[in-house]
Ligand binder design. Sequence first.
Ligand code: SF4
Ligand code: SF4
Length: 410
Amino acid sequence: MIESLLEELENEVGNCINCGFCETVCPTLDPSGFSLWKGARGRVIMGRTLLEDTKNGIPIPALSDSFYSCLDCHACLYVCPAGVNAGKVSQLSREIITTSSDRKNENPYARMIVEVTAKYGNPLGVKKQSAAWSEGLEFDKNAEYLLYTGNMFQLMPYTKNLNSARKSMGKALSNFMASRVAKHPSLIKMLSRMRDREMEQKNFGTLRNIVKLLRISGIRFSYLGEEEPYPGTFIYDLGYIEKFAKYANYVYSVLKGSGAGKIITVDPHTYDLLKNTFPRFVANFNLEIFYYLDLIKIPTIEKGPEKVVYHEPCHFVLRDPKYSKPFQVLSTTADTVLARRNGNRSRCCGGPDELTFPELSEKASQIRYDELKSTGADIIVTACPICNVNLSKENTTMEIADYLASRVRS
Ligand code: SF4
Ligand code: SF4
């Protein structure tokens, strides 16, 4: 296992000509105070060091934060003249660190998330509460589609409060707490009482609006309710590849067991993971994966008077720069613009670092927020629950389902 990871890493870092173009677009460099190790080129240099040291039996270097702080946005790939993807270097390096027996450089929060997910099927142990948004709604048990929320909208109110608690505790105490929870996952139940209830109601409303838009479009679907597991995004992103392989097969068996062959996802992280990553880990993967906006056909929509700026999520636009469905749909309802950095030059909101590097994440989101505001738009529209939380600095940020639902005329 480690040999194939080292080989892949060698293929990636071996082409770097050290030009530094990737640093100009890396969204973690500026927020880290221009620390070389928290920029794209530094990650490639560190990847090379990790490769050589691991091959020579030297313990893993202590700069693993370099890899853990990478947002996996892939912006660096589009400017590199040698075709190097520093995001892939970071992912492979995290996989090498977690596969190695030398675990002292593991991020304690990463470990906590992995252990809690393995025990509860949810990174914060809130699987039951994650179904509360659907109270009173009826679903079609035998429909060909299954609505799979992946718990992402539901987790955001917890991560927001968890981060506030971490700030007041300080790094040493919060890391100690995370290590204790990693050893005894049931302790998460204490933390998971701390949720932002106002955000919870807002996000529950977003999920209900997604249901409304799908139903207006004539789509029938089932829903797993309290049985719905988290997809395992964090486990994969944090490099726990063996655990992810096992977990992905568990999630697949639950989805398959629903009897539906078509899965409707509601956020770009879950969509990308199920569509592009699961088939590499699940033998004979046989499910069709959709993003809900690709299914909606709204008969009557009223154009609004305001100017809207659409923030493109990395897991759509930096995976497939041609994908523009959310922008197209928005453009039919409002005067819609993009930020100066858009398409394959788009800038990440910093969201994936929210739990592991909260200060860096906050600074990255402020930079993106200022870019979006500088367009002069009245409303920022997001198409991802993580972007939505990170860019909700005033009451002028809306998730796309909420914006569209407010414009539908029956
Ligand atoms: S842009 Fe590519 S070649 Fe240049 S430093 Fe970055 S990874 Fe290396
Ligand atoms: S994937 Fe994004 S955060 Fe990571 S090195 Fe590349 S540009 Fe920087």
